[in-house]
Design a protein around this ligand. Structure first.
Ligand SMILES: C[S@@+](CC[C@H](N)C(=O)[O-])C[C@H]1O[C@@H](n2cnc3c(N)ncnc32)[C@H](O)[C@@H]1O
Length: 158
């Protein structure tokens, strides 16, 4: 799709098309989009799946994780302050797509009796250097299998 066609499909006024092109270029630089050409030579923009980017670019993966971790630590503390009762009585919990596990760590900090498992993709789990004793890290794909537990937590704090 050409830039003008995309802008038109998104109802972007012609006066803003140039700025929109610059915005897309920024996203390309941040590797969220790939810029390619179709057989006619026209420029095309393709959405790059973030997980592919994170898998290939270790530096990006590190930066992305740090952002998620600091956010999740805050969210974890707030959840434990405001609605910790929903975790009472659980013996095990699996956090799907839990990244490096800040939320699971917040839970085990308050409920050390809950066995917390963090499931995430290999590129994510491989960055976990030390396995915090109460949290078990499992490398895998949630669309293939999820470890069994009393409860499943799927959190996306974006
Ligand atoms: C937006 S992050 C959210 C991380 C964390 N739950 C949070 O809220 O901070 C999404 C997470 O899902 C993981 N993920 C994506 N696809 C997955 C899959 N098929 N199986 C397991 N984890 C996956 C990513 O690696 C990433 O850590």
């Amino acid at each position: 799709m050409k830039l003008t066609e995309l802008a038109s499909a998104l109802s972007i006024p012609p006066s803003k098309v140039e700025a929109f092109g610059l915005f897309l270029t920024t996203l390309v630089c941040l590797v969220f989009f790939a810029k390619t050409q179709d057989p006619s030579g026209a420029t095309k923009h393709l959405l790059t799946p973030l997980e592919d980017v994170a898998d290939e670019k270790l530096e990006f993966n590190k930066m992305f994780n740090n952002g998620m971790v600091s956010d999740s630590e805050l969210v974890g503390d707030v959840v434990m302050m405001t609605c910790r009762d929903m975790f009472k009585g659980l013996k095990s919990l699996v956090e799907v797509g839990g990244g490096t596990g800040p939320m699971a760590r917040a839970i085990t900090h308050v409920f050390p009796e809950i066995k917390c498992i963090v499931l995430d993709l290999p590129h994510e789990i491989n960055t976990v250097k030390e396995h915090i004793c109460l949290v078990e890290y499992v490398s895998g794909d949630m669309f293939v299998s999820v470890p069994l537990a009393n409860a499943t937590l799927l959190m996306d704090n974006f």
